[in-house]
Ligand binder design. Structure first.
Ligand SMILES: Cc1cc2nc3c(=O)[nH]c(=O)nc-3n(C[C@H](O)[C@H](O)[C@H](O)COP(=O)(O)OP(=O)(O)OC[C@H]3O[C@@H](n4cnc5c(N)ncnc54)[C@H](O)[C@@H]3O)c2cc1C
Length: 484
């Protein structure tokens, strides 16, 4: 291999795409059953403007550059992106001072259009905000996207351009060799000239594995969320922030590109990198702080909760480093917020790093554009009728909450890069993410998977490994227990 990319989050997938435009042999290794299973799966989906990071840091530079790259990137990859703007609210004089500081920091970072507006102006634009607010910083360049659809689309694009992708393949060893490295996984060994370590929360372990002598520790920092039903979609149209604290940007009210509202995230340092549980205490904090920004949210509008884990590090900034002792390994780590926003800029940095080492020859046949995916819920009635005439399965709605048809599910199952798990279909199609949360459609999806792939329904998992969904048939169990 020329390049091995460790980690299929937003950073690894966008780097894979960026390098796929050149004649290079590239392999992306991801330990989970699908890509976008780490921080990229569970975050706020905000494309931050860049007023928050301290000037001249990697965070500030890549945030502002990444924000600029988003519209074209999402248009090429046919992923939703909306510049919905944001407001940072101040409820007292001290917080108004912080707004001034943020505006000035934004100016230094190169963020355009920041403006401090009055309470009256704010309430005209966002009438559901707490009327006790005093002022707000208006941030026109803030946007929202679908983080996992972007990662999936970027990697599918890279794969079309020839990048190899191995899922469920965990890097367990990195050994220095003449002219490169041996990468050992749970399945295989590969020789590669270059490694890009973007293994998120486990990136510090890869550094240790490679024998790099650098004191770098990642501390998992959990963030919990509520998801509100789409009927609350008009609660706010912009992203609503409190004034930030040294611990982070605070608990927000966030519209999503799918039309839901998220409340969250809190920020809690934890010990276990795998602990994605939500807690009573954490969610209580989220609810109290979010409803201070936007009061009167009915609790009955909550349809789900989830948690994501930030890869916060002792380095404080994003670590973008090739160590002298280990030339040929680029580490892009400690990518906590605003990593989703910065990822397109981090991909450019990885390309430039490689260009200094290798002559990058553009691949003539490489594509930057993807074809738009047909989502039944987005089609006009005429377009739907046309598809149903071709195949009646287009008209058979399996997920009633999100209006997903049987034929859409079949097409995704048939895609060679789609893992055959329930969660992989959820991320790509939104099946089972609506109000009923899969209560109605899960058995139907399992039946479709079983029919398409010729395997029993109970062989399919939620997200690979031991995450079984069905364990047997009720009547068979009952008969066995009764001994008849
Ligand atoms: C609660 C929360 C809210 C956030 N909100 C925002 C936001 O609104 N806007 C924003 O810009 N940023 C936000 N972020 C930050 C953003 O989500 C992350 O910076 C970004 O997703 C990091 O991407 P990544 O590719 O570095 O890591 P990840 O997405 O974690 O990907 C790393 C991948 O590496 C794989 N891996 C690990 N070890 C190995 C191994 N040994 N072998 C093979 N594969 C391996 C993992 O399975 C994982 O898939 C938020 C983060 C969190 C947690």
């Amino acid at each position: 291999m020329d390049v091995i990319i460790i980690g299929g989050g937003i950073v690894g997938t966008l780097i894979a795409r960026q390098l796929s435009f050149y004649s290079l042999r590239i392999l992306l290794l991801e330990k989970e059953s699908d890509i976008a299973m780490g921080a990229t799966k569970a975050n706020s989906g905000i494309v931050h403007a860049g007023y928050d990071p301290l000037p001249n840091t990697n965070k500030a530079k890549t945030n502002v550059r990444g924000n600029k790259l988003y519209p074209e990137l999402c248009s090429q990859l046919k992923v939703p992106f909306k510049r919905n703007g944001a407001f940072v609210l101040a409820f007292n004089d001290e917080e108004i001072k912080i707004l001034e500081e943020l505006k000035e920091r934004g100016r230094i970072n190169g963020v355009l259009g920041l403006e401090i507006i009055s309470k009256e102006e704010l309430l005209k634009r966002e009438p559901n905000i707490n009327p006790e607010v005093k002022r707000a910083l208006y941030v026109p360049n803030s946007g929202i996207t679908s983080p996992y659809l972007l990662a999936i689309s970027a990697l599918e694009n890279a794969w079309e351009n020839g990048v190899e992708v191995h899922l469920e393949e965990e890097v367990q060893g990195v050994i220095k060799e003449k002219g490169g490295y041996i990468v050992k996984t749970n399945k295989n060994s590969y020789f590669t000239k270059y490694i890009i370590n973007c293994a998120g929360i486990n990136g510090d372990e890869i550094i240790k594995m490679a024998g790099i002598d650098f004191s770098f520790e990642i501390t998992p920092r959990k963030g919990e969320y509520f998801v509100l039903d789409k009927k609350m979609g008009n609660l706010v149209s912009s992203t609503i922030f409190p004034t930030p604290t040294p611990l982070g940007k605070g608990i927000l009210v966030i519209p999503t590109v799918e039309g839901n509202i998220l409340l969250g995230p809190n920020a809690q340092n934890i010990n276990d990198k795998e602990d994605k549980t939500t807690t009573h205490e954490g969610l209580k904090e989220v609810w109290e702080k979010a409803t201070k920004l936007v009061p009167n949210i009915p609790f009955s509008s909550v349809i789900n909760t989830f948690a994501g884990i930030r890869a916060s590090s002792n380095y404080k900034d994003f670590l973008i480093e090739e160590f002298n002792s280990h030339k040929g390994i680029l580490n892009i780590l400690g990518i906590d917020s605003p990593g989703l926003t910065s990822a397109p800029a981090l991909a450019e940095i990885a390309e430039e790093w490689l260009r200094e080492k290798e002559k990058l020859i553009p691949k003539k046949e490489a594509k930057k554009e993807r074809e738009k995916t047909l989502y039944f819920r987005e089609l006009t009635n005429e377009e739907r009728e046309e598809l149903i005439k071709r195949n009646p399965k287009w008209g058979h709605i399996v997920c009633r909450c999100e209006h997903v048809s049987e034929m859409e599910i079949i097409e995704f199952i048939r895609h060679p890069l789609t893992p055959k798990t329930l969660e992989a279909l959820r991320k790509r199609l939104r099946v089972g993410t609506g109000r009923c949360h899969g209560a109605f459609c899960t058995p139907h999806i399992l039946k479709i998977l079983s029919k398409e792939l010729g395997k029993p329904m109970n062989s399919f998992t939620l997200k690979g490994g031991n995450s079984k969904i069905l364990f047997g048939e009720n009547k068979v169990r009952w008969k066995n227990e009764k001994g008849s």
